[in-house]
Design a protein around this ligand. Structure first.
Ligand SMILES: Nc1ccn([C@H]2C[C@H](O)[C@@H](COP(=O)(O)OP(=O)(O)OP(=O)(O)O)O2)c(=O)n1
Length: 116
């Protein structure tokens, strides 16, 4: 994991996946991390993420008028969704990085760029 001024600059999905595995092992939570439980946990976090945007109306890119504390909360909920997604993929035996790259390739064929 590459760091600069205390901030993570580059981290792989595999590194995050390993950290999540360690986290679950250290707490004896592995039996609870079944595919269905992880999926439900992720959907729950998507709900929490949605709540942040609820009733605010449309939001400008970069969230210029948001309080720092709201942006921090947003980062936490986005992370919860990502972490459960990575853990779910891992427990299902899916290499998420590989699957995502392949899917981007497939998308590009389905939706070719407009001709110049
Ligand atoms: N069985 C569990 C429970 C939690 N976590 C981890 C993954 C998530 O990143 C985070 C979720 O924790 P909480 O369920 O406490 O959810 P929040 O952090 O959103 O707290 P709250 O719902 O109180 O806002 O913890 C986990 O891996 N396995």
């Amino acid at each position: 994991m590459e760091r600069e001024e205390g901030k993570v600059m580059d981290v792989s999905l595999k590194e995050l996946s390993r950290k999540l595995e360690e986290f679950a092992k250290e707490r004896d939570w592995e039996p609870y991390h079944s595919p269905r439980n992880l999926l439900l946990a992720m959907v729950g976090e998507v709900g929490e993420l949605s709540e942040i945007f609820m009733w605010r109306g449309e939001v400008a890119r970069g969230l210029p008028n948001w309080k720092e504390s709201d942006k921090e909360h947003l980062g936490e909920e986005l992370s919860d969704v990502l972490l459960y997604l990575i853990r779910l993929s891992d427990i299902c035996g899916i290499d998420l990085a590989d699957a995502a790259i392949k899917k981007i390739g497939k998308n590009a064929i389905k939706y070719p760029p407009k001709a110049p």
